[in-house]
Design a binder for this molecule. Structure first.
Ligand code: FRU
Length: 506
């Protein structure tokens, strides 16, 4: 994920260095890593709304949908555990693989993990495109998940270690930007392939191989990071590499800091035990609650199932896929807003304005659906009301994309001090993957059971998380990562967990 490990030592970024070809390559790797992830998020909703795909793998759903054209509850037409497993199995595999990847990344370096991730993903994409039965389809999806787990664990680490400190924050948000682009490309591909007479879904699924090939080839040619080389005892090589990356021979300050940082992290015997200490309570709370809340905004209901949702709202196949393209576009542009405003206005204003807008939109969508479908799910949307609903969903997506989308990764990654950074980041990534899996797995059932109330359910969570930001999240804008601990000491609630003497480990 876009969790940038700010892996340097205490130098605060006063290092010499230019934006070299290596740094640009780093951005490209980040982009393909993000695209890989985004493409998978966006592709499943589209293929699961294609008749040929449904008829082949999920005939029950297909027949239920067709029969419903003659009447019946709209809420339940896509409710099928296997269909949900097709979407969500990827995230479960990614969750497990990200733990394995953290071991590989530490022991063998970042590029090996990227290589493994790219290759496994490639096999998954081919299996998916060639699948003749549901078993192969799910196996392919699991392999894609393993690839994503590896990529999401290693690419952000690689990124933050290669990037000059001044670019670290921007690169962090760029990863999320690439995720949104991946989602949009998937939506466009689905729109295109849905018009094919046969095998459109195969083309959609196999095209995931394109970013995977780029990442795999990139990983072969890219150098490993100086941090990783130092960690693995190759100091000389690390220094030469740092000089090459920064485009200057004067890298002594940064190199010293990297050595100190590596020594410090080796002294921390048990980062997992450390993070449980009361003094790290604010960081632990953020590492768990922020990714949990990000998923409980309900965003992946739109990202995974937009075409299915729009079909539920009475749109035809093509219109539903086109509408998904529109939400994808909104997602990309609103993420740009975040890139340009996050360091100017700060994190809290983006969260608070975004949260408030999301609540209003969720109440509005829930109420409109209630008025048309009621509790029994019978009824049809008029064209005008369908369009209004889509417009409100677009505002909701925009509000997410400048707030919880990128900040859900940025904020946790900047609050951990060095000694718990790696453990904190793993918690952040795995909580996110876990709840992405849960939402993917139960959304269609929830829609069937909770009906329009589902939108109020997610809206309720957004109320809670907006109050959480208001009262419990201090502003982190412009604070050097080394000084971050001072924000807790002056915070009305968190200060009680802070030791008075900075050297005392509580
Ligand atoms: O842009 C929306 C996407 O962003 C994420 O939160 C990942 O950063 C996904 O869970 C979601 O699908």
């Amino acid at each position: 994920m876009a969790g940038g490990f700010a892996a340097s030592g205490g130098g605060g970024g006063d290092y010499e260095g230019k934006v070299t070809a290596f740094v640009i390559m780093t951005c490209l790797v980040a982009a393909t890593g993000g695209l890989l992830f985004g493409y998978d998020i966006g592709i499943s909703g589209g293929v699961t709304s294609m008749d040929e795909f449904l008829l082949k793998f999920f005939p029950n759903v297909y027949h239920k949908e067709k029969n419903l054209k003659e009447g019946g509850s709209q809420y339940c037409k896509f409710n099928d555990h296997m269909l949900q497993l097709f979407t969500s199995s990827l995230y479960l595999a990614a969750l497990v693989a990200s733990f394995a990847a953290s071991i590989t990344t530490k022991a063998f370096g970042r590029k090996i993990s990227m290589l493994i991730g790219g290759l496994i993903f490639l096999i998954g994409a081919v299996l998916n495109g060639a699948a003749m039965n549901l078993g192969v389809l799910i196996l392919g999806r699991l392999l894609l998940g393993v690839g994503i787990g590896y990529a999401n664990q290693s690419v952000p680490v690689y990124l933050s270690e290669m990037a000059p400190p001044k670019l670290r924050g921007a690169l962090n948000v760029c990863f999320q930007m690439a995720v949104t682009l991946g989602i949009l490309i998937a939506n466009l591909v689905n729109y295109g392939t849905s018009t094919m007479k046969k095998n459109g879904w195969r083309v959609s699924l196999v095209l995931a191989a394109v970013p995977a090939v780029i990442m795999t080839v990139g990983a072969v040619f890219l150098p490993d990071t100086p941090n990783s080389l130092i960690d693995r005892g190759q100091k000389e090589k690390a220094k030469t590499m740092l000089q090459k990356i920064r485009g200057t021979s004067n890298v002594d300050n940064e190199f010293e800091d990297l050595i100190i940082a590596s020594d410090m992290s080796k002294q921390v015997e048990n980062p997992w035990g450390n993070i449980m200490k009361p003094r790290y309570r604010p960081q632990l709370t953020i590492a768990v609650l922020v990714p949990f809340f990000q998923q409980l905004t309900g965003i992946n209901v739109i990202m995974f199932y937009a075409p299915v949702l729009f079909k539920t709202l009475g749109f035809g196949d093509g219109a539903a896929l086109m509408t998904a393209v529109i939400t994808g576009l909104v997602n990309v542009f609103a993420t740009l807003v975040s890139i340009f405003t996050v360091d100017r206005f700060g994190r809290r204003p983006l969260f608070l304005v975004g949260g408030t807008l999301m609540i209003i939109c969720q109440i509005a969508v829930g109420s409109i659906i209630a008025s048309v479908f009621g509790v029994d799910g019978l009824g049809t949307f008029s064209k005008g009301l369908g369009n209004i609903t889509v417009a409100i969903i677009c505002v909701y997506v925009a509000a997410f994309a400048w707030s919880w989308g990128p900040l859900g990764w940025l904020v946790p990654s900047e609050v951990f001090p060095m000694e718990i950074r790696s453990a904190g980041q793993s918690i952040n990534v795995s909580v996110n993957m876990f709840f992405t899996f849960i939402i993917g797995q139960i959304f269609l059932t929830m829609l069937c059971e909770m009906k329009f109330g589902l939108f109020f359910f997610f809206g309720g969570f957004v109320v809670i998380m907006t109050f959480f930001i208001l009262f419990f999240l201090p502003e982190t804008k412009g604070i050097p990562i080394e000084d971050i601990s001072r924000i807790w000491k002056s915070h009305w609630f968190w200060k009680k967990y802070m030791p008075t003497d900075d050297n005392t480990h509580v």
